[in-house]
Design a protein around this ligand. Structure first.
Ligand code: CNA
Length: 308
């Protein structure tokens, strides 16, 4: 990367990139969701994301959805590192299994992002797929109600991909992207869920694959490693920070993160001086920025301020 030989990075990510934001992953012993599902009263852990089980009883998933709905958590350093890859013109695409929306929230643009397991941004009937307003579905779920399809009376669910459901069309862009990659970065995933997990085997055999994770996963469990494979094991925030320092990007990422987070917080924090939602005029741009631009987001309550 330092020599400018890498121009088309594909990032493959999972729940481990968001544990630093306070969202539990699936499989980490003790803290992962699978170890803490007793409260949802389900027969086996995967049932919570099983479409047939949902059809029978949507309540366990809706209880979990209340915790996972975007809005409670902020992107962390790892998300902003990936955004920096984009800003440096190096990100070909990010393929994420996450449904927490933190990639979008940190400013990775739609055309650079494939949310392979869907998101909470849209909702539809789980039986007839008739679209349903996402915000109304959220309101119902938050109140403990089941949103009902107006066409067939089936339960509506956010368009998060369950076991047994098709992946979004955008996912199939991988057939063009992976052969073009000149570096594959794999972050915070156990590579246990197919077909996503096998994507990492579709880059050319000479292309370096870098695994940043707590433990070896997928092809990195085999010995010897492929010649161009490298893994850095440990906490992802530490490994990513180390990489950012090697690249000389650390301060830039911190500045980006601070200005972006302060901008969002300042506009959305209802506990600010006015006592209500902040207004545009009250926001003071960061001192070192020349130009700030407001833009709309999908959430009508949030405007995005970009300062350069
Ligand atoms: P997983 O199976 O729980 O694996 C996570 C991996 O990340 C494990 O190998 C962990 O060791 C590793 N890990 C966790 N935290 C760290 C850390 N701080 N530093 C280094 N490594 C870490 O999750 P996957 O993403 O592989 O499984 C795919 C599922 C998880 C997808 O279908 C998601 O929808 C689902 N999921 C998403 C979220 C989210 O959106 N944030 C949360 C929980 C589950």
């Amino acid at each position: 990367m330092k020599l400018g030989r890498v121009r088309n990075i594909v990032v493959v990510a999972g729940a481990g990139i968001s544990t630093g934001s306070g969202i539990p992953d699936f499989r980490t012993p003790g803290t992962g969701l699978y170890a803490n599902l007793a409260k949802y009263d389900i027969p086996y852990p995967e049932a919570i994301f099983n479409i047939d089980y949902f059809s029978d009883n949507p309540h366990p998933f809706f209880s979990l959805a209340k915790e996972l709905y975007p809005g409670h958590h902020r992107p962390n350093y790892v998300h902003y590192f990936i955004r920096m890859l984009h800003q440096k013109g190096l990100l070909l695409r990010m393929y994420t299994q996450n449904i927490d929306g933190l990639e979008k929230l940190c400013g990775i643009p739609d055309d650079k992002l494939v949310e392979a397991h869907g998101s909470f941004a849209t909702a539809a009937c789980h039986l007839c797929y008739t679209p349903y307003p996402a915000e109304e579905a959220k309101q119902a779920i938050m109140k403990g109600n089941v949103p009902i399809c107006t066409f067939c009376a089936g339960a509506v669910k956010p368009n998060v991909v369950f076991f047994g459901e098709d992946l979004p069309e955008k996912y199939f862009q991988h057939a063009e992207d992976f052969p073009k990659a000149d570096l594959l970065m794999i972050m915070g995933t156990s590579l246990k869920i197919e077909p996503f997990a096998s994507l990492v085997n579709t880059v050319k055999s000479t292309v370096p694959r870098l695994l940043l994770n707590r433990d070896p996963v997928g092809p990195f469990e085999r010995r010897p490693l492929r010649r161009a494979d490298y893994m850095e094991l440990g906490d992802l925030s530490d490994s990513v920070r180390k990489l950012a320092e090697i690249l000389g990007w650390h301060t830039e990422i911190q500045d980006l993160m601070n200005s972006h987070e302060n901008g969002l917080r300042s506009y959305t924090d209802p506990s600010n001086s006015s006592g209500t939602a902040a207004s545009k005029q009250e926001f003071q741009p960061p001192q070192n920025s020349n130009k700030c631009l407001w833009s709309a987001t999908k959430n009508p309550n949030i405007l995005l301020l970009r300062c350069v």
